[in-house]
Design a protein around this ligand. Structure first.
Ligand code: ZN
Length: 391
C-alpha cells in the first residue's frame, strides 16, 4: 500500500474527538487514518508532530468580485482563495447575483461560475433573490435544488435597491424548505425602521451609523423570522447576526427556535465594537450591519461560548482605502464591506480558549451539515475529502 501524501504524528480533531494519528491521502480523498505506530510509505511525507489536523474550514459567506456598479469588491477568486487557504479555509460559499426571473437564474449561474474558475479551493454558491420576483417559491426552490445550490438568500431590507423580499414569499419558502431540502438564508433588518430613521439624518457622522441601523431593526426582524420558521418547521439561517442582544431576545422568547433557525456571526462583530467608527479613519469601518456597542459584543461572545451560534461566515467584502476615502463625505455612497477572510480560526481559537472541538464544529462540521456538504466535508475520516487544516 502506498499513498500520495502522509501527514504523520499529528493529533486529529474531528467530531467531538481528539486523538493522535497518521493521515494518509490518495488523490483528493483521505484513504486511511492509522494509529501513530502504524506507518505506511507515501510519495510525500510531512511530520506533523505537535500539530493538530482539523477538517478544512468552510466559510459560508463571502463576496469575491462582487460588482456593486461603481465598485467591485477587491478580492477575486484567485486572491480571495489564497487568503482563505492562509487561514485553513478549504471551501468557500459565495452568492449568485440577485435574480428576479428563472432566465436570470441561468445567467447568474453561468457568469458567477466563470468568475470563480480561478479559485484555488472548492467553492459553491447560494442563490440570491431580488425583490418582486417573477417566479413562485416552488419554481425557484426547484430550480435551485436542480442546480445543486440548495440555499436561497433573501433580504428583508434594501427596498430602495429592489432587493427586499416580502413576508408572504418568506412564509412560502420556509414552508417548503424542509420538505424540498434547502436552506433559507436571511439578511434580517427591518426595512421600514431603517428608512424611517434615515429621514432624521441629512449627513450622519460615522459615529451615528450604528444608530442609523439600530439593533432593534435586526432583533425585531430575526425574532419574526425565527417564529415563522418555528411555525413552518422551516430551515432558516440568519446571516451576520451583529448583536448579542438579538440572541438574548430569541432565547428569552421561551420557544424552541434552535431546530428551525441557525445563526451565523462574523469575526468583526465578535472582535470589534463601534468605537473604531469614531475618529479620523472611521469611514474605513463601514460595513452592514454596523458594529455594535461593547456590551452587545460581549453578549455575542457569551452566546458563542454557550453554543447558540452555529456557524461563522466572514462576509468578506473589502474595498480599497481609496474607494472608501473618496466617499467619506457622503455615507450613502460608501461601498460597504470589510475584509476578514482567513481570520476566523485565529479569532475563535482565542475566544474559545483553544477548545478545538468547539472551533472545529463552528468552522467545519456545522456549516457542512447545514449546507449539505457533510460528510465529504466537515469530517476527517476515510472517504472524506482531503481538505485538511493543519494548525
Ligand atoms: Zn454578505
Amino acid at each position: 500500500m502506498s499513498f500520495d501524501l502522509a501527514l504523520e504524528n499529528g493529533t486529529v480533531c474531528t467530531g467531538d474527538r481528539l486523538f493522535p494519528a497518521n493521515v494518509y491521502v490518495t488523490g483528493e480523498e483521505v484513504a486511511v487514518i492509522s494509529s501513530i505506530r502504524e506507518k505506511f510509505p507515501a510519495r510525500e511525507t510531512l511530520d506533523c508532530s505537535g500539530l493538530f489536523l482539523l477538517p478544512g474550514f468552510i466559510d459560508p459567506h463571502v463576496h469575491l468580485s462582487l460588482n456593486l456598479g461603481r465598485y467591485t469588491s477587491v478580492d477575486d477568486f484567485d486572491s480571495g482563495s489564497a487568503l482563505a487557504l492562509s487561514g485553513g479555509v478549504t471551501t468557500l460559499i459565495d452568492f449568485l447575483d440577485p435574480v428576479s426571473s428563472l432566465s436570470d437564474f441561468e445567467k447568474a449561474k453561468k457568469s458567477r461560475m466563470q468568475t470563480a474558475a480561478d479559485s484555488r479551493i472548492d467553492y459553491a454558491f447560494h442563490v440570491t433573490l431580488a425583490g418582486s420576483p417573477g417566479f413562485s417559491a416552488e419554481e425557484i426552490a426547484e430550480a435551485a435544488i436542480e442546480a445543486r445550490m440548495p440555499s436561497i438568500k433573501i433580504f428583508t431590507t434594501y427596498s430602495s435597491s429592489s432587493r427586499r423580499t416580502g413576508d408572504g414569499m418568506i412564509y412560502r419558502l420556509l414552508s417548503l424548505s424542509r420538505k424540498l431540502g434547502f436552506v433559507l438564508l436571511a439578511h434580517s433588518e427591518n426595512d421600514e425602521i431603517i428608512n424611517e430613521i434615515s429621514s432624521d439624518y441629512t449627513s450622519p457622522t460615522f459615529r451615528e451609523l450604528s444608530s442609523l441601523r439600530p439593533t432593534i431593526s435586526e432583533l425585531s426582524e430575526v425574532a419574526k423570522l425565527a417564529l415563522l420558521s418555528l411555525d413552518r418547521k422551516g430551515q432558516l439561517y440568519v446571516v451576520h447576526v451583529s448583536s448579542g442582544e438579538t440572541i438574548r431576545a430569541l432565547s428569552s422568547m421561551g420557544v424552541d427556535w434552535r431546530d428551525f433557525t441557525k445563526l451565523e456571526t462574523c469575526p468583526q462583530y465578535l472582535l470589534l465594537n463601534n468605537e473604531p467608527l469614531e475618529g479620523e479613519e472611521g469611514y474605513l469601518n463601514t460595513y452592514c450591519p454596523p458594529p455594535r456597542s461593547e456590551n452587545e459584543r460581549l453578549l455575542l461572545v457569551s452566546a458563542l461560548q454557550r453554543g447558540e451560534i452555529s456557524s461563522i461566515g466572514t462576509d468578506h467584502c473589502p474595498f480599497l482605502v481609496q474607494e472608501k476615502s473618496e466617499n467619506r463625505a457622503d455615507y450613502s455612497k460608501m461601498p460597504n464591506g470589510s475584509g476578514s477572510l482567513g481570520l476566523s480560526f485565529a479569532a475563535l481559537n482565542t475566544l474559545l480558549n483553544g477548545n478545538l472541538v468547539k472551533v472545529s464544529a463552528l468552522l467545519s462540521e456545522n456549516p457542512a451539515r447545514i449546507f449539505g456538504l457533510f460528510p465529504k466535508r466537515g469530517l476527517l475520516a476515510p472517504g472524506s475529502m482531503a481538505n485538511i487544516a493543519v494548525v
